[in-house]
Design a protein around this ligand. Structure first.
Ligand SMILES: [Zn+2]
Length: 339
């Protein structure tokens, strides 16, 4: 019976959506166990099949969802079963969020899907109840960044980010890389973005152009030797920037718009509340993976941001979510302040 209804669903989806060559967000109504639900972002149609945002869909069932940025894949654990999907299975990433084929994913977990063309609704029957009765109001996508590592807390921070399915950009110091190559590899292997924070943390405004270039290039080579990639972003130490400095380096300069000064504190509260009070769609948050208190605060920061409706991603994914293509010689404070 289940198989037959799946076949019918496939046929209906194909004929209804593909027949009308409908693409994009077409306002499909979702019901789970006869209860109407709202997903953010909305489901969409791609090549005739319905795709849902994997995280908000499955987390609504209380499942654990994590992204594997290395393989551009997604892992969903609901109950005893673990579903692993990659782009071959129809996973696609948009603005740092993964979308997956509803029919195949629901089928894996044994949920039944019935498409009703009359009211353009999809009715899902699941033994798992929908626990996310009210989704937090989605406020946007923010970038989280970590400076001055690799250091003693970097590995722990990577693990916490992975657990929360968050992205991040690490602005590393060249002088900290020798001896910490494994940490750089761990950051890269986990799919996080690496940026250049110079070699020795000088105030670049006090250096000549050649010295600036040497500071950047030395770190580019160290990172490339380990990861095979040259970073496209650099962050000047102390936030000491000028337009002519940005113009002298063939990379995009990334500053920040939310600075909780984590290095100043030895308790979590001021750091967490500073971020949650000042964050908005398109923010770039600066933290330091050299600080113990930052590693300790991170769970609360990520949970707080999620509860406020923010997706936490790398600088690249935040810009992508705002349709911004990073350009060299430009200075990025956040998605709405680019100079
Ligand atoms: Zn720094």
């Amino acid at each position: 019976m289940k198989r037959i209804s799946l076949l019918i669903v496939t046929f209906l989806l194909f004929s209804v959506f593909y027949g009308q060559s409908v693409q994009g967000d077409v306002g499909v109504k979702l019901y789970i166990n006869e209860e109407s639900i709202d997903l953010y972002p909305a489901p969409k149609i791609e090549n005739g099949s319905v795709k849902v945002p994997v995280r908000s869909y499955f987390e609504g069932f209380g499942a654990v969802v994590s992204y594997d940025y290395t393989s551009r894949g997604v892992v969903v654990q609901r109950g005893e079963r673990i579903l692993r999907l990659c782009d071959l299975d129809g996973i696609s990433f948009q603005g740092g969020m993964a979308y997956g084929p509803l029919r195949a994913m629901a089928g894996f977990f044994g949920d039944e899907i019935i498409y009703e063309s009359q009211d353009r609704s999809i009715r899902i029957k699941s033994e798992y109840g929908w626990i996310q009765k009210k989704l937090p109001q989605i406020k946007g996508t923010v970038a989280i960044t970590f400076d001055d590592g690799p250091g003693g807390y970097t590995g722990r921070i990577v693990d916490i980010l992975k657990k929360h399915g968050a992205g991040a950009t690490f602005f590393v110091l060249g002088c900290n890389i020798p001896g910490n190559e494994a940490t750089i590899k761990k950051i890269a292997d986990a799919g996080f973005e690496i940026g250049n924070h110079t070699y020795g943390h000088p105030n670049l405004l006090k250096l000549g152009t050649e010295d600036v270039k040497r500071q950047i290039e030395r770190t580019q080579i160290l990172i490339h030797d380990i990861t095979g990639k040259r970073p496209i972003y650099f962050r000047p130490p102390y936030g000491a920037f000028s337009k002519s400095l940005a113009g002298s380096v063939d990379m995009a300069m990334v500053l920040w718009s939310v600075d909780p000064a984590d290095w100043k504190y030895n308790s979590c509260d001021p750091i967490v509340s500073n971020i949650l009070n000042n964050v908005r769609d398109g923010s770039i948050i600066i933290l330091h993976d050299t600080e113990y208190i930052t590693a300790v605060s991170l769970e609360r920061i990520l949970t707080g941001l999620k509860n406020k409706g923010y997706h936490v991603v790398s600088v690249s994914d935040m810009l992508k979510a705002h349709n911004i293509e990073p350009e060299k010689n430009m200075i990025y404070f956040c998605s709405y302040d680019i100079r």
